[in-house]
Write a protein of this length. Structure first.
Length: 144
C-alpha cells in the first residue's frame, strides 16, 4: 500500500540532493553554475516544475543547469516510488532555489561565495502540502 507519510522525506531528500556537491555537471557543481548566472543576471530564484520539467527564469538556465534539471526531474518519479508512494498521489511538485550571493574573495577574484536554499513542495491528491527545505553554502570559481 502506498504511503503519503514518505512525501515529506521525498521533498527533503530531493532538495538536499539537488543542492549538494553530488550534483556535478559539465566541469563544476550545478550550484556554482547557478550562482555565477545569478551574479551575472541579477536573478535570485530558480523555479522548477518537477512533473513537467518546466524551469525559469530563462536567464538562469545555462546549458549545464538545464542538463542537471532534466536529470533530476527524470529521477523524481523513481525517488517517489522507491520511497513507498506513487506518482498518481501527487497533484503538483515544485522546486524553488533561492540564491544569496556572497563576496568575491582574492585578487583578482579567486572565489565567489554563495548560499542556495532549496524548497521542495509536493501537493498530494488530498490537498496536503509536504515541504522540504535545505540550505548549502558554496565557494565557486568566479565568472570568466
Amino acid at each position: 500500500m502506498a504511503s503519503y507519510k514518505v512525501l515529506k522525506s521525498v521533498a527533503h531528500n530531493f532538495g538536499a540532493s539537488f543542492v549538494s556537491v553530488m550534483n556535478y555537471v559539465g566541469n563544476d557543481y550545478a550550484m556554482c553554475h547557478l550562482i555565477r548566472r545569478a551574479k551575472l543576471t541579477g536573478s535570485r530564484q530558480l523555479s522548477v516544475n518537477l512533473r513537467t520539467r518546466g524551469a525559469g527564469p530563462i536567464e538562469l538556465l545555462s546549458p549545464h543547469l538545464v542538463q542537471s534539471i532534466e536529470s533530476y526531474c527524470k529521477d523524481f518519479g523513481r525517488l517517489v516510488t522507491t520511497g513507498g508512494a506513487a506518482m498518481d498521489m501527487i497533484d503538483a511538485a515544485e522546486l524553488q532555489v533561492k540564491i544569496a550571493i556572497g563576496r568575491t574573495v582574492g585578487a583578482p577574484s579567486k572565489s565567489l561565495h554563495g548560499r542556495v536554499t532549496a524548497t521542495v513542495r509536493i501537493l498530494d491528491d488530498r490537498g496536503k502540502e509536504h515541504v522540504g527545505r535545505v540550505t548549502e553554502a558554496y565557494e565557486c570559481a568566479p565568472l570568466r
